[in-house]
Design a protein around this ligand. Structure first.
Ligand code: OOB
Length: 532
């Protein structure tokens, strides 16, 4: 396995193979098999572009050959920051076929996040689109290259300016040695744990298992027309089941440039979409707009919702308003996926986050001392299984904290389980703010803010919010002068912080409430500020 990654112990490898989770097929081959089976079937729709399976397969082969000619080699990492465009997939499959490992940044990430990702992964290349939703990624690439010396090449989808156009990196397909399915296929970003974002190595075997079994749990078949409304760089629309789930059954993927109802309702009607996935704040927006819209949404069969807790009252409005079924999804880029079964009674679908995907997802719910809690009680969810990582990439020290000695991942989520096994997410122990599904690592923002000349001390806390579930509030002790949200956020933006991580509110205080041990009492602080 790639250096810096933690492999599963041999007995687990044997078990996951015997039980059929790991099928020994690299992800690039999944597309090849589908292209041989149904070459003329529509694989991918991006605006006016429609690629059949044979075309997507050929594009990936041509790019793989072209990128190999430009020096990319198996085991190297490439930072990929693409929105929902067709090239995301031709490129991803090209890299997968070469054994080059994509590191998926979100389109919303900026210099601050990208420098960290490039350094952590030692990526040799960076792939962007020229512009998307009014933002030009080329100046960002120039700034990034100055700070991340490992980046030797930048490839651009669209107008390349001083860089190389991805469209020019094609060559005649040629046979390439297939990567080992036990190798790392992709590096995903963690939204999950305390501290700076970490990289999650997912192997061909485990990620294929993730997508294939998720597709089954969600009832995908070759007639499925899935709309990717969320950014496909995220694990949920990428492989849970998302795009890879779609390709695993020979279905059709339709890409939305952004998830607003204005854009997506038209696509649902025009493309006869059957399935899609959203985070809770978007559900609210869709429900609101559906009452006014005269778009025909009747093709929509299932709406998957995950990323943050969905309120039962909102869940209950989905069927009557959108005319489709709801499936709750509780997942994490580190692995574990839970889905409400499609045929569960309504109450279960509204009030739980579903059942683990496989019988070999071992779940432990423990107290602060790692002792299992009584059945039905709330505790931290620990998990081990055929598609859950055993360690972050190049993070030996953090891995000691994030994993138990016997290989369970500490999710940092507080959950309880019903007697039938359904998981209900009740809270968390980790220092992350879940802003409607977008994860804000508290420590990362606090460390940045501590660098501001007017800020003496800071604690970033989550406040309850109707739309987002949670929003972030920077509580600060200031040096004399006035500090204001606008100026602080402008300052953070200058440092290249992604917009979704900017504090929603700023509260200047004289002092922080402390715990008996003299640490900031975040819970008391959040309550105090919420009440102001
Ligand atoms: C998904 O993945 P990540 O890696 O961005 O975030 C994982 C964390 C979980 O540990 C949990 O804290 C939270 O997001 N979460 C939920 C949730 N789904 C995820 N909290 C409450 N209710 C839910 N339904 O967010 C993700 C990955 C794959 C599929 C779906 C979501």
């Amino acid at each position: 396995m790639l250096d810096g990654c933690t492999d599963w112990p041999d007995d687990f490898v044997r078990r996951y193979r015997e039980h059929g989770y790991w099928q020994g097929v690299p992800l690039g081959q999944l597309l090849r098999e589908q292209a041989l089976r149904t070459p003329h079937k529509e694989a991918l729709v991006d605006g006016h572009r429609r690629w059949r399976y044979a075309e997507l397969d050929l594009q990936a082969d041509r790019l793989a050959a072209g990128l190999a000619d430009r020096g990319l080699r198996a085991g190297q990492r490439v930072l990929v920051q693409l929105p929902n465009v067709a090239e995301f997939f031709s490129l991803t499959f090209a890299l997968l076929r070469l054994g080059v490992i994509p590191v998926f940044a979100l389109p919303a990430h900026r210099e601050h996040e990208l420098v960290h990702l490039a350094q952590l992964s030692q990526a040799v290349a960076y792939v962007i689109v020229d512009r998307h939703l009014g933002f030009d990624y080329r100046p960002l690439a120039r700034a990034l290259c100055k700070q991340a010396p490992s980046l030797q090449q930048v490839f651009v989808v669209g107008a390349a300016e001083t860089f190389v156009a991805l469209g020019d990196c094609v060559a005649d397909p040629r046979p390439l040695p297939a990567p080992d399915s036990r190798e790392v296929a992709v590096l995903l970003l963690s939204g999950g744990t305390t501290g700076l974002p970490k990289l999650i190595p997912r192997t061909h075997d485990d990620y294929a298992c993730n997508a294939r079994l998720a597709a089954r749990a969600c009832g995908f078949d070759s007639h499925t027309r899935y709309l990717a409304a969320l950014p496909v760089a995220h694990n949920f629309p990428l492989a849970s089941p998302g795009a890879f789930g779609v390709f695993s059954v020979g279905a059709t993927l339709v890409l939305a440039p952004e998830p607003s109802p204005e854009t997506t309702f038209e696509l649902i009607e025009g493309e006869r979409i059957t399935h899609t996935a959203l985070i809770p704040p978007l559900v609210l927006l869709w429900l609101e707009m559906a009452q006014w819209s005269d778009h025909d949404l009747s093709s929509l069969q299932w709406l998957q919702v995950g990323g943050a807790r969905l309120k039962a009252e909102i869940a209950a409005r989905i069927g009557p308003t959108l005319g489709c079924g709801l499936q709750q999804v509780y997942g994490m880029a580190e692995g574990l996926l839970c889905f409400t079964p499609l045929d569960d009674p309504q109450a279960r679908i509204f009030e739980t986050q579903g059942l683990p995907l496989t019988a070999d997802d071992e779940i432990r719910i423990v107290d602060a001392d790692d002792v299992p809690v009584a059945p039905g009680a709330v505790g931290e969810l620990l998990v081990r299984g055929p598609y859950t990582i055993r360690g972050y990439y190049n993070a030996a020290e953090q891995n000691l904290r994030a994993f138990t000695a016997d290989g369970f991942y500490r999710s940092g989520d507080l959950v309880r389980r019903l007697p039938e096994g359904h998981v209900i997410v009740e809270g968390r122990t980790k220092d992350v703010i879940n802003r409607g599904g977008e994860k804000i690592p508290v420590e990362e923002i606090e460390n940045l803010l501590l660098g501001h000349p007017l800020i003496r001390d800071v604690a970033l806390v989550a406040l309850a919010d109707e739309l987002l579930g949670e929003r972030s509030c920077a509580c600060v002790l200031a040096h004399g002068e006035q500090v204001e949200l606008g100026t602080i956020n402008a300052w953070l933006r200058e440092r290249g912080l992604a917009a979704y991580k900017l504090p929603d509110r700023l509260q200047v205080l004289r002092e922080f409430p402390l715990t008996r041990l003299g640490k900031v009492n975040r819970k008391a602080l959040a309550e105090q500020v919420q009440a102001l």
